[in-house]
Design a protein around this ligand. Structure first.
Ligand SMILES: NC(=O)c1ccc[n+]([C@@H]2O[C@H](COP(=O)([O-])OP(=O)(O)OC[C@H]3O[C@@H](n4cnc5c(N)ncnc54)[C@H](OP(=O)(O)O)[C@@H]3O)[C@@H](O)[C@H]2O)c1
Length: 318
């Protein structure tokens, strides 16, 4: 069946905005569900995109909102728990509700976003454990055509990871990094979005879980040093001994706004690199982009923009 209309959960986030832009420009009609539409009005300029306020955790609302859709994409995920946002509810219970709502609405196609290292048996952190449970639940479903994606850390314009470290490096001559030897294979958000689009159009992807890795592996410390180089900054990046990294997670985890927690420390106990035992970009006919082919130009444009904004402000036009 030709897919025309897609219900998207998590379509307002970093990956979701890139994916929504790509799919809308390809002519798909999108229903993007969000808790706070007023924060994401810019998405409404995309052709055929409806931005709808919805509590996606309410099964009845999900079912109502999916009506008229041919497929669903679930990108919802969180890196930190808060009292009103538990890992289990977001990563494991919500995917099960999505499956039920697809069934009730007669939707046959589901694309699900997991993460590299997600593991319902051995996930070292609650993030990876619950992501694994959600993935396992949707992949076990027999009466839906499901494809799952497991990316390493994702980079690109307005990402959370590279931009957060870039901001820290801009203000700090010395940057301590927890778990400096943990390895990542950063993957470009445009490649992740393309993989989703290919899956929508290619039934050979049904029933498969794709590991998505960029072309190069970096130790965490090396990755942060690379960001400093791209920004043209001389910075000292220091690997924290394990005990201090644990302590950093404990102390920072107590802050009201979470940036690094014990659970993040535990996630860093496993490398985020492809196993080689699952399909990946090659099976999708794609060659992924490197960090070096995307981020230096992005950071350079960002610096230019910052200088321009500073000049405008100095001239009283900010
Ligand atoms: N970014 C990465 O490096 C990376 C790597 C591997 C896997 N992933 C996975 O990729 C997915 C997208 O990541 P991202 O970086 O785009 O995340 P993001 O920018 O933080 O966006 C998260 C999205 O999920 C929704 N959301 C967050 N908390 C929610 C909650 N409690 N209930 C319902 N909806 C909620 C948000 O929607 P509203 O606020 O609009 O409701 C938002 O659209 C996630 O599943 C993540 O685990 C990301």
């Amino acid at each position: 069946m030709k897919i025309k209309k897609i219900g998207v959960l998590g379509g307002t986030g970093f990956v979701g905005r890139h994916l929504a832009t790509r799919l809308a420009n390809q002519g798909y009609a999108l229903k993007v569900l969000t808790r706070r539409p007023e924060r994401h009005r810019e998405l409404e300029v995309l052709p055929g995109l409806e931005l709808l306020e919805a509590d996606v955790h309410d099964p009845q609302i999900l079912q109502q909102q999916f009506s008229g859709c041919d497929a669903v994409i679930n990108l919802v995920g969180v890196l930190h728990e808060y009292s009103n946002q538990r890992f289990g509810a977001v990563h494991a219970e919500l995917p099960a509700k999505v499956v039920d709502a697809c069934r009730a609405s007669g939707i046959k196609r589901l694309l699900h976003m997991s993460a590299l290292g997600a593991d319902a048996a051995k996930g070292p952190s609650q993030y990876l454990f619950t992501k694994g449970a959600g993935e396992q639940a949707v992949m076990a479903v027999q009466d839906l055509a499901v494809t799952c994606f497991k990316p390493s850390i994702i980079f690109g314009p307005k990402d959370n990871f590279y931009n957060q470290f870039a901001n820290l490096l801009r203000i700090s001559p010395v940057l301590p990094v927890a778990c400096p030897n943990t390895r990542f294979a950063p993957v470009y958000v445009g490649d992740v979005a393309q993989a989703f689009e290919i899956a929508l159009e290619n039934d050979a992807t049904i029933g498969k879980s794709y590991e998505l890795c960029g072309p190069k592996i970096y130790a965490f410390k090396e990755l942060v040093e690379g960001i400093a180089r791209m920004l043209g900054l001389k910075r000292l990046v220091v690997g924290l001994p394990d005990g201090l990294a644990q302590l950093q997670g404990k102390i920072m985890g107590l802050l009201p706004v979470k940036v690094f927690t014990t659970d993040n420390y535990l996630s860093l106990q496993v490398d985020s690199v492809c196993s080689g035992n699952s399909p990946g970009f090659a099976e999708l006919g794609m060659t992924p982009h490197s960090v070096e082919s995307i981020m230096p130009r992005y950071f350079a444009n960002q610096s230019q923009r910052r200088r321009y904004d500073a000049l405008r402000q100095a001239a009283g036009r900010g």
